[in-house]
Design a protein around this ligand. Structure first.
Ligand code: PLP
Length: 393
């Protein structure tokens, strides 16, 4: 009979070792909660780092996966499929014109890779402009436009040329975008970079400038998309429509799924065979994605995210602690920047209060609560945060 310790030891022995693993062995999830191997329940306010906007095991998604698993799981994109067609129609149905051409992927980084290749193919230009503190993924292309030097530098040479500008700095953007710029790539709220919301004037300028210079505007909504920020898509906060949108995390309702969406004008410039994927667009993921999108849209769940986010931010604002530098957030994407390292406080939050949050950079405590969380659970979290900050790290 295995116990918690064994699972942890086995995983630590055989794992690649790239993660700092916590001491919990999580074996089950339902809604906003997960359970460890000893039966302890935790309020999971990261839900797969933003994947579980609908919480763990949403019945609509589970049912769709079960039914499709028996029907057909894999099919190359050279063959059409009912579930893929339904997914395309559902996704395009919730997007503004002219975002109507989809490249389905299995992850966020693959959606970003597609965005980079489609940008170069469509413009014939080479350069990418990204923001300082950006995070777009870990494969070579997405890593090249990710800011954190410790992620990038050991793996150089990466894709070039890339110019990084300060986020929300219109002047720097104007200087960086030139006639060789293929695309400007931005997160509407920087997630990994510390939960930093974008400014409307910056995104308006990015839209205008890219148009003027013949570059594309890529908005990375892998963390912000599908309701988390109080709008179905965060770019709606800025009244703009990008040329390319990258999606992942919540789009599959917990199942691995991503997508790059673009305009017919861009898509038509990618040569046949210019990009591809074996697993992307498989009917199982498509069924999960359709169920997740329909659940979010039919329930107008971005409205609940906005309301709950306000309650959570107001409760956190009541905390009087000299350790807090700033509390930032939008909808159910919340960061508490401390004047010291966040990790010990997050550890204590999990151990003493059984609430799971995560870091965004060394000093930010980040929460990405699922939309199924109850208001009382967020109020309890604010009290728990106050408690852990009241003690020594
Ligand atoms: C904004 C953003 N882009 C891209 C990614 C990469 O996604 P994935 O981990 O699925 O490759 C992430 C992941 O955290 C993200 O937050």
């Amino acid at each position: 009979m295995q116990n918690t310790h064994d699972w942890l030891a086995i995983e630590k022995t055989y794992d690649s070792g790239v993660y700092n693993k916590s001491d919990f062995v999580i074996v089950r999830g339902e809604g906003a909660y997960v359970w460890d191997a000893e039966g302890n329940r935790y309020l999971d306010l990261i839900n797969g780092i933003g994947v579980g906007f609908l919480g763990h095991g949403h019945p609509a998604v589970v049912e769709a996966i079960k039914a499709q698993a028996e029907q057909l799981m894999i099919l190359p994109q050279v063959f059409a499929n009912d579930k893929r067609a339904e997914f395309y129609q559902t996704l395009v149905g919730v997007l503004p014109d002219p975002l109507s051409r989809i490249f389905p992927t299995n992850s966020g980084t693959e959606a970003v890779e597609a965005a980079l290749k489609f940008s170069r193919a469509a413009t014939g230009k080479k350069k990418f402009v990204a923001a300082m503190r950006s995070f777009h993924g870990r494969s070579f292309g997405s890593l090249s436009i990710t800011w954190e030097k410790k992620y990038r530098e050991p793996f150089a040479p990466l894709v070039e040329p890339v110019t990084f500008i300060p986020y929300n700095d219109v002047d720097a953007l104007e200087q960086a975008v030139d006639d060789d710029t293929a695309a400007v790539i931005l997160e509407p709220v920087q997630g990994e970079g510390g939960v930093r919301p974008g400014k409307r004037e910056f995104f308006s300028a990015a839209r205008e400038l890219t148009r003027k210079k013949g570059a594309l505007l890529v908005i990375d909504e892998i963390q912000t998309g599908f309701g988390r920020t109080g709008k179905l898509f965060a770019f709606e906060h800025f009244d703009i429509v990008p040329d390319i949108l990258t999606l992942a995390k919540p789009i599959g309702g917990g199942f691995p799924l991503g997508a790059m969406v673009t305009t017919p004008e861009v898509a038509d410039k990618m040569p046949k065979g210019g990009h591809g994927t074996t697993f992307g667009g498989n009917p199982l993921a498509m069924a999960a994605g359709t169920a997740a999108i329909k659940t979010i849209v039919e329930g107008r769940l971005w409205e609940r995210a906005e309301a709950l986010g306000k309650v959570f931010l107001e409760a956190l604002a009541e905390i009087r602690s000299p350790k807090i530098r700033e509390i930032r957030g939008i909808g159910l994407m919340v960061g508490i920047e401390l004047k010291e390292k966040a990790a010990p406080y997050l550890k204590r939050l999990a151990e003493a209060h059984r609430i799971i949050g995560l870091q965004a950079g060394p000093t930010v405590m980040r929460f990405l609560p699922p939309v199924v969380v109850e208001e009382a659970e967020l109020l309890r979290t604010a009290e728990a945060v106050a408690d852990v900050l009241a003690h020594e790290a």
